[in-house]
Design a protein around this ligand. Structure first.
Ligand SMILES: *Cc1c(COP(=O)(O)O)cnc(C)c1O
Length: 240
């Protein structure tokens, strides 16, 4: 990411976004994939509405948020932006499911039966089915979020049985790894599980992996949706 101090912040977001798009397309081509096969989720957590508006003006539609209250407030504040799509990607407490069910289009961080059931029960009748990914823990004890791969079949069955949820795929946040090779190695079992699942259910088309720091490995490992914050909006003020 190049920082041009002569640009306004909105122009900087626009420029970063276009660089990230080019990078993602090139990485898909390098991995022998269709250049349009990877969607970009712009992770706007902690960032102001003006940043989201700038990205929207440049054609970005999918935005990711981690904190329930912030996500809910932004959803309402930007309700007039046609086609904007809100993705919840953070940890979920059971007393916060209603706000998520009443505002988000997608939830990537389903990792407990209770949360899945509540989201389905609380989804308003006048909203489309909530699109969800199951979060998988692929880093063992280093991660507190996500189910283990061996628990995946039971969780898939549960989510598929809930009327107001539509299972779209898998999500993971691996512990940081030094090299491209190690990053790919950590993603390998997840990619395998995703390929098997997607063969069994045509609605399962989303592998939500890859952040600013590991885009090449994630795209080479079959990511269909990268969650990019820093490379689009710049560093966040506090560690997230
Ligand atoms: C913050 C966050 C991101 C974006 O991370 P960057 O390193 O800023 O690209 C992606 N996914 C999740 C779950 C996050 O919490």
């Amino acid at each position: 990411m190049t920082i041009d101090t002569n640009l306004s912040h909105a122009d900087q977001v626009t420029q970063n976004l276009s660089q990230v798009r080019q990078q993602v397309e090139q990485l898909a081509i390098d991995a022998g994939r269709d250049q349009a096969s990877v969607r970009i989720l712009a992770v706007s957590k902690t960032k102001p509405l003006t940043d989201i508006q700038a990205a929207y003006q440049s054609g970005q539609r999918a935005f990711g948020e981690n904190y329930v209250q912030e996500a809910f407030d932004k959803y309402h504040a930007l309700a007039e932006l046609k086609g904007i799509e809100w993705h919840f990607i953070g940890p979920i407490q059971s007393n916060k499911t209603r706000q998520i069910a009443e505002s988000m289009d997608w939830v990537h961080s389903i990792d407990r039966e209770k949360i899945a059931r509540r989201l389905s029960e609380q989804r308003p009748d006048n909203m489309p089915t909530l699109q969800v990914c199951i979060q998988v823990n692929i880093s063992g004890e280093e991660s507190k979020s996500g189910i283990l791969l061996e628990q995946l079949p039971a969780m898939v069955e549960l989510v598929q049985s809930l009327p107001n949820l539509q299972l779209r795929g898998l999500m993971a946040i691996p512990a940081p790894q030094q090299s491209f090779a190690t990053q790919c190695q950590v993603y390998q079992p997840l990619q395998q599980a995703f390929l098997e699942l997607s063969k069994s259910d045509s609605m399962i088309d989303t592998l939500s992996i890859g952040m600013s720091a590991d885009l090449p490995a994630a795209i080479s490992s079959g990511s269909t949706m990268v969650r990019v914050g820093t490379a689009i909006f710049g560093a966040r003020d506090y560690a997230q």
